[in-house]
Structure formats: structure tokens, C-alpha cells
Write a protein that binds this ligand. Sequence first.
Ligand SMILES: [Zn+2]
Length: 222
Amino acid sequence: MLKRIVLMVALSTLAACAQPPARIVQAPPPVQLQDPDAVCLSELQGMSIQYQPVATFGDPDVGCGIDNPVKVSATGSAWNRPGVVSCPMARTIGRFEADVVQPAALANFGQGVRRIHHAGTYDCRTRRTQTQVAASLGGSKGGRLSEHSKGRAIDIMAFELDDGTMVSVKKDWRGKGTKSAFLQQVARASCSVFNVTLTPNHDRLHQDHLHLDIGPYGLCGY
Ligand SMILES: [Zn+2]
């Protein structure tokens, strides 16, 4: 019995020796993400958003610019065109798409949204309030910077369903149809995701889009 055990141990030792030595693979150094957005960037990697971090830019004299911006690609994301936003804004839009837009589309149309059509993200300009538009027509400038100037805002014009059907804020906001119900539902729910939601109900400057931002002011213009 003892001989058999010794033989088995010897055989298993031989078998272990016969295996090729384990390869030692040098792990790549961890990517150094900039604070304070390190957590944000790593969370973006788990969302259905394709993006590239881009260098911080801005004009301190004017106050425009984005710290740790990301360029969200139209390929691999539901965006109809690329856009540069702050990382927290990209993350918020990702949550908005997953938690608000897709469930509302499924509930109303029985299908998802394949494209979110936006008209822009970063834009160094002051807010377009009706007073300021009137003032700028008279040649004067001024006013508080828009959240678009900080990469914290997006203007959404329409949602394109999986079958290609377009649901447009301009055409479909008002009315009693399913498209209107969907838009109203999305706008109402967006107030709990973004800090500011402006809709056609807010003023005449928002008749064709939803303005959504994560600036420091809270306003649900639904
Ligand atoms: Zn806007």
C-alpha cells in the first residue's frame, strides 16, 4: 500500500514537471485617470456609450470650458452625432437613456429607441432667454453663461425608434397621440435625472427641443 502511494506521488510529480512552466505576463500599468472624474470615467465604461477622453480646454477669461471632457461618439452610442460634454454629463445622459428613454419607448411603442437626435452639447455662449435675445438684437451682449458653455447641457430634438419612426419635439409634443404621451413622459421623468429640464411648455425658445442640463440651478420646466 505504501509503495503504491509513493508511486502515485512520484507519478504526479513527474506529470507536474512535464507541464510547461507558467508564463509570466507583465500586467500593463493602470491607466491614470484624472480626479475628480476617475470614478465617472470608470462608470462610463460600463454604459452603452462609446467615448474618448479629451484634453481639458476652455477660456478662463470668458468662463467657458470643460474639465476632463469626453467626446461621445455617434458610433456605438445612441447619439445621432458626436458631442463633447463633461464626464458627469455623459454619465447622466447614459442613465437618462437607460432608465427613462428606453422604458418609456417600450411602454408606449413596444420597441426601443435607436437614436437620440441632439442639436448640440458644448457651445460657448450666454443663456438664450427671451430678454437676452431681445437685447442681443439691439447689439448688446451679456447675461449668465449657458450650461452649454461648461459641457453640462444637451438639446434633444427627436427620438428615433428601432423601426425608424421619428418622434419629434417640434411636431409631436402637443396632441393626444402616443408620440406626445411618450415625449411628455420622458420630459416629466427627466426632471428627476437632470437639474434643469426645459420643454415647449417653458417658453417659445424651446418649442423644438428639450434642453437638459446638470448645472447648479434646479428647474423643471415641464
Ligand atoms: Zn440648450
